[in-house]
Ligand binder design. Structure first.
Ligand SMILES: [Fe+2]
Ligand SMILES: [Fe+2]
Ligand SMILES: [Fe+2]
Length: 433
């Protein structure tokens, strides 16, 4: 083990246990950051789907699947400039790609095959499902998500949902038999009479209500499963733009490599991988037009970009068991001299994990290829990092280790980003990015 300027902080990951519903709830909130017009969309769809499932008398396991599928159903909607996102919600355009992309992403998560398949068909019209080679029960659940999704997309935010019910029912009933399963439309009509349904939907405690309805739905994730899920979710963050398409994977690989060099145990390293995957979670709130702007950003745009680290902190703040991950992830723009953001932490308040994350983010940003420029050479990158350490911005011990281990760390970063790029191209070729 190498010496560093501070003693290694080595949190044990032994007790890492994260409730899947909590994780999906908070990540769904991050996906909704894209537009205030769709605030709580995923949770609202999950709630409506669960209530519809119960009304239809579906088995408990199916209702639980509806809850999970509802929370992630638009996970494949990467290409979400504000306008495109609203179009998707309001006009049923361009929906095949995001449903297919969501399916392909979710398939990577062990145990989510069925939910992935429900997500795949969540925009397929009832009449078109008849000819599909798919388990009829999966199609039934997809139909419930479809109906719940259209109901929520029809609700204008800012007006009580209950006031909008007659209009929504009328629109849905017009399409019974074609877009929607008539039996499911009937169930919606019966449910719609309960004022409590619409009150719940607009409640600030919607997620708590939802959790109560699905008390047993969420399994508890250990570190390995958590890491598998965040690896796929990092693509939701990165794939919004070719400019960022491999960034999170690169930061995660670099940060983990540095953790190994300083001697963190295996579990702390894995927690760092999760933090690397999620560090730019808050970028979902930054419009792609700003992420991809070729010119210098205005002050206002720059301020918008800077907000992302605080969003990462806020979103992860809701998940019990992710406290260390949250701290490390949200520290990637903090600097030892207190000039970073979002909290202007300084030496005294940045543990070794936070210092590693900050170095990993800078290192990856310098060395990764971007569409408009190749990554820096070894000499250029090291010179920037050494300057930042000398100025007291980055940890000199961590930078020193990176200098020593440059080739090995850089190879791991490169490998992770090459793999991420191949996956991005796969998605891009499928037509939606
Ligand atoms: Fe959708
Ligand atoms: Fe949706
Ligand atoms: Fe960032």
């Amino acid at each position: 083990m190498h010496a560093t300027s501070s003693s290694p902080h080595d949190p044990s990951g032994n007790d890492v246990r994260v409730n899947l519903i909590d994780l999906l709830g908070s990540l769904s909130g991050a996906m909704d950051l894209v537009s205030p017009a769709v605030v709580d969309h995923h949770k609202r769809v999950a709630y409506l789907a669960v209530r519809l499932g119960a009304q239809l008398g579906l088995p408990r396991a199916d209702v639980d699947d509806l809850l999970l599928a509802g929370l992630v159903h638009d996970i494949g909607a990467f290409h979400d400039s504000l306008e495109a996102r609203l179009d998707t919600l309001r006009f049923e355009t361009d929906q095949v790609f995001h449903a297919e992309a969501g399916y392909r992403l979710l398939l990577k998560f062990p145990g989510f095959t069925r939910i992935a398949r429900v997500v795949r068909w969540h925009h397929t019209k009832f009449a078109d499902t008849q000819s599909l080679d798919e388990d009829p029960q999966v199609l039934r659940l997809a139909g419930v998500i479809h109906l719940a999704d259209r109901v929520d997309a029809s609700c204008r935010r800012g007006r009580p949902s209950s006031v909008q019910v007659p209009q929504i029912l009328e629109r849905v009933e017009e399409k019974a038999g074609r877009s929607f399963d008539p039996g499911q439309v009937e169930a919606l009509r019966s449910l719609a009479g309960f004022a409590g349904l619409w009150q719940d939907l607009d409640s600030p405690d919607l997620f708590a209500i939802l959790r109560g309805l699905g008390a047993n739905a969420g399994r508890i994730l250990g570190l390995t499963e958590l890491s598998a899920f965040t690896a796929l979710f990092s693509q939701v963050i990165d794939f919004r733009s070719r400019f960022t398409s491999t960034h999170s994977r690169g930061v995660a690989a670099t940060a983990v490599a540095l953790c190994k060099v300083v001697g963190f145990d295996e579990q702390a390293c894995e927690l760092m991988r999760v933090a690397g995957d999620l560090h730019d979670l808050g970028k979902l709130a930054v419009p792609t037009s700003i992420l991809e702007k070729p010119d210098k950003l205005t002050d206002e745009e720059y301020a918008r970009v800077m907000e992302h680290a605080g969003h990462t902190h806020a979103v992860l703040g809701e998940v019990r068991g992710l406290e260390v991950v949250k701290t490390w992830a949200a520290s990637h723009h903090e600097r030892l001299d207190g000039k970073g953001y979002p909290f202007h932490l300084d030496k005294a308040r940045m543990d070794l994990g936070a210092r590693i994350m900050a170095v990993a983010d800078v290192f990856t940003a310098l060395t990764e290829d971007r569409p408009y420029r190749p990554g820096m050479t070894r000499e250029q990158a090291l010179s920037v990092l050494r300057d930042m350490a000398r100025e007291g911005s980055l940890d000199s011990g961590v930078v020193g280790l990176l200098v020593e281990e440059f080739d090995a760390v850089n190879a791991l970063r490169q490998q992770a980003q090459d793999q991420a790029r191949a996956e991005f191209e796969n998605f891009a070729q499928a037509g939606g990015i």
